[in-house]
Design a protein around this ligand. Sequence first.
Ligand SMILES: [Cu+2]
Length: 122
Amino acid sequence: MKKLMIALVAMVALTLGVKAQQITDSLTYTKDGMAIAKIKTSAVCEMCEETLEKAMAYEKGVKESALDVNSKILTVTFDPKKTSLEKIRLAITKTGYDADGMPADKNAYENLNACCKKDFIH
Ligand SMILES: [Cu+2]
């Protein structure tokens, strides 16, 4: 009986652990079924904001996006039936910026304006 309890507690702990991990990747949803993702980027200035928001405007399934330059968080509202968080992150890396854990595409990064590179000393 005691063993069963231990197994049960371990299982609950495991489930909670998995849940906690998912939160970092979590999306919120609007009433009409749109998903909202908050993606950490390597953007540094208003020009990055324009570049990223423009790239998102052309991205399939994306309804709107807004970058907060201070926190570098890009908030993207998208249709989960047409695209996914992974695809959006990929599009961000192809624009030249890091997206959460994904590193920026090298060539795209090289093509960024000098002031938009994360290594640039401001
Ligand atoms: Cu910039």
